[in-house]
Design a binder for this molecule. Structure first.
Ligand code: NAD
Length: 296
């Protein structure tokens, strides 16, 4: 299939590479010329604007952009993808944005005759490179079925979450829980160590008891508990605290729109905001434990 791909950053580039590897023809655009060159080297065709991607022969267009403002800029308006796409061309936005914006863009696409899916991902840059991402997809049943084989070239779990915007709903709910659970594990580990317990022994107890969760057994924030996690390498790599802060902001903003209390989510957002303000936004989000540890 001929696919247009816009947004070739940390996530978009490896996803686009996997589409090429699966045999698709790709037209690519990014504001960053070096990112485009990288894909051209692997066989993609360079295109110089979203308008040109829309006016080309792509049967499907995928975007992987930083935030809602970029997504609206690329899709809406006189020079946007929607205004220039042929009716029937499917649009898939994989960026993490708020559900409200996702629904606004999907509505504009539908009015122009373009089926659209929101398909944010989980799995990070490692999952993007390995083609094992989880896609949380919002849109109609028929559009989901049409997109499934394409998404399968980039991901392992492709989950239909319901109508437009529901992919983003699943993503913000999951990541809010992840932020909260990481802070909970950090607090419990720091308490145990402050009271005299060995961190690895404590993690072993938690991981076979009722406190067990992904943040404790797969991504434990205490150094020395697990190998091959950011805590074992000075909190480099992984999922940046500023990205967690962004996702917690999306959750609290979305909650405000439906008057839904997210008390721990708001607290988690403030903790990561404080952490970022102290200059640690580039560290993996498990480094939040440094706000608690007394043994360093
Ligand atoms: P990134 O900043 O590395 O890449 C974004 C790319 O979009 C850049 O190459 C940038 O030049 C390009 N871009 C920005 N505005 C553009 C425009 N108007 N037209 C064309 N290109 C434009 O970001 P990323 O890490 O690849 O993340 C992309 C999305 O995926 C974000 O919404 C992020 O929250 C989400 N996400 C990231 C991760 C992760 O681990 N990095 C994990 C899951 C989800």
């Amino acid at each position: 299939m001929h696919i247009g791909f816009i947004g070739l950053g940390n996530m978009g580039a490896p996803m686009a590479h996997n589409l090429l590897k699966a045999g698709h023809q790709l037209s690519v655009f990014d504001l960053n010329a070096a990112a485009v060159e990288n894909l051209v080297g692997a066989g993609a065709l360079p295109v110089d604007s979203p308008t040109a991607i829309a006016q080309g022969n792509a049967e499907l267009i995928i975007t992987m952009l930083p935030a809602a403002a970029h997504v609206k800029g690329v899709y809406l308006g006189a020079n946007g993808l929607i205004a220039h796409s042929r009716a029937g061309v499917m649009l898939i936005d994989c960026s993490t944005i708020d559900p409200h914006s996702a629904r606004e863009v999907a509505k504009a696409a539908a009015e122009h005759g373009n089926p659209m899916l929101d398909a944010p991902v989980s799995g990070g840059t490692g999952g993007a490179a390995a083609g094992t991402l989880t896609f949380m997809v919002g849109g109609s049943d028929a559009d989901f079925d049409r997109a499934q084989p394409i998404l399968a070239a980039m991901g392992k779990n492709i989950v239909h979450c319901g109508a437009a915007g529901n992919g983003q709903v699943a993503k913000v709910a999951n990541n809010m829980l992840l932020g909260i659970s990481m802070i909970g594990v950090a607090e419990a580990m720091a308490l145990g160590v402050a009271l005299g317990m060995d961190a690895k022994t404590l993690a072993g107890v938690i991981n076979t008891s009722s406190g067990r969760c992904w943040s404790s057994d797969t991504y434990n924030p205490f150094p020395g508990v697990l190998d091959n996690v950011p805590a074992a390498r000075g909190y480099s790599g992984g999922f940046g605290s500023d990205l967690m802060l962004k996702d917690l902001g999306l959750a609290t903003e979305a909650a405000k729109q439906v008057r839904q209390p997210v008390i721990l989510g708001a607290l988690a957002q403030q903790l990561y905001q404080s952490f970022s303000a102290q200059g640690y936004g580039g560290l993996d989000f498990s480094a939040i434990i440094n706000q608690y540890r007394k043994d360093t």
